[in-house]
Ligand binder design. Sequence first.
Ligand code: KG4
Ligand code: ZN
Length: 334
Amino acid sequence: MLILGIETSCDETGVAIYHSEKGLLGHKLYSQIKLHAKYGGVVPELASRDHINYIIPLIQDLLKDCKINIQNIEAIAYTSGPGLSGALLVGSSVAESLACALGIRSIPIHHLEGHLLAPMLEEKKPKFPFIALLVSGGHSQLIHVKELGRYEIIGDTLDDAAGEAFDKTAQLLGLGYPGGASLSKLAEKGKKRYDLPRPLLHSNGLDFSFSGLKTAVLYLVKKQANLTEEIKADIAYAFQESITDVLVKKTIQALKQEGLKRVIISGGVGANTALRKKIIAECEQNEFAYYFPDLSFCTDNGAMIALAGALRLNIPYKENYSFSVKPRWKLTEI
Ligand code: KG4
Ligand code: ZN
């Protein structure tokens, strides 16, 4: 079956076509980063308006590139939560009205389920069950993924999400928004000079807390008489070392606690090279199998939503093309 996937939960308009047997046929993404950068964060109203500007042309371009007529699309999957309500409404209304016009099935998808399943876009796919470290702008969670739709959150953030901590630290270093990728680049030039806290590293639980780490960076930055490029790089390095140490230690702890042998890393922070390297080293030492989505599918995209739709095709449904978005939808309430 041919599934069109639509993602508009935040500041990326993503569309993709997935074939249930052949896999991903194509995808397109329009990022609003430039639009929001000058405000230092996503402005919800601007995000919704920009999704409206781009969603239809993106779908048209995708169909053209894939040489597929819209009449051949057999189902439409779209993100219906969690996320910004106005942004979610754009994708949901386009998806539901297209599905209604074509007389085909529409499939509302949980955004985080999309991230959890994204590694299945790759050739080397994880089998259920597995542990997922989901680290994005809004989430830092360890999830026991039992099967499709059965997700147990075994670790969560008590305050800032990992991506949020990257973004806020990047802002302190004057790197702009969103800062995860640029902070990571800067850290590559840095060396060990500062020692920052590793919050909850030795706790027995699997929860995370990153706001103290961010505050420690703030004090370190304030202490500098002259915040040179070299010092900035060393602070970025220290921050990245701390946060990745905690994320990796808790992930390995989760695998052992749950008696599982497979792990996936997903979400925007999952694109972080230092995090990937440390997970690979630890997994190889402990003989755990590890899976990552392609870098382009770590951050928000339409492909993971189309894939989730393909996996949900067999679940019975009642079509009426009515919809409501769920800005605060919990993963355990699917
Ligand atoms: O998954 P995502 O696109 O959006 C949410 O669902 O939140 O994640 C975005 C987050 C941002 O905080 C961004 O700074 C972070 O992922 N990010 C990174 C990297 N690339 C993106 N953080 C660390 N290292 C990276 N290479
Ligand atoms: Zn996301």
